[in-house]
Design a protein around this ligand. Structure first.
Ligand SMILES: [Zn+2]
Length: 78
């Protein structure tokens, strides 16, 4: 995961007024290498006959380094 992407995620969360404290353990250290998760939507399989992925949107997952709580954030791309 690029440093640019991590900085954008941090900026977006700051701009949205997201608190830094983990909602489970209240510490403020998060995994600095968030992941992209591709979540499929709808009742159809996530790929067509050619194996192309369709009907998805990106999510970011940020993990608390103390308790493992995972927070998901939508609308972010690298
Ligand atoms: Zn935590």
């Amino acid at each position: 995961m690029s440093e640019k992407w991590v900085n954008r995620l941090s900026d977006d969360l700051d701009e949205a007024g997201v608190k830094e404290e983990c909602p489970r353990c209240a510490q403020t250290e998060w995994n600095a290498q968030p992941m992209h998760l591709w979540v499929t939507v709808g009742d159809e399989p996530p790929t067509n006959l050619l194996g192309e992925v369709k009907d998805y949107f990106p999510l970011a997952a940020v993990v608390c380094t103390n308790c493992g709580f995972v927070a998901f954030h939508a609308g972010l791309n690298e």
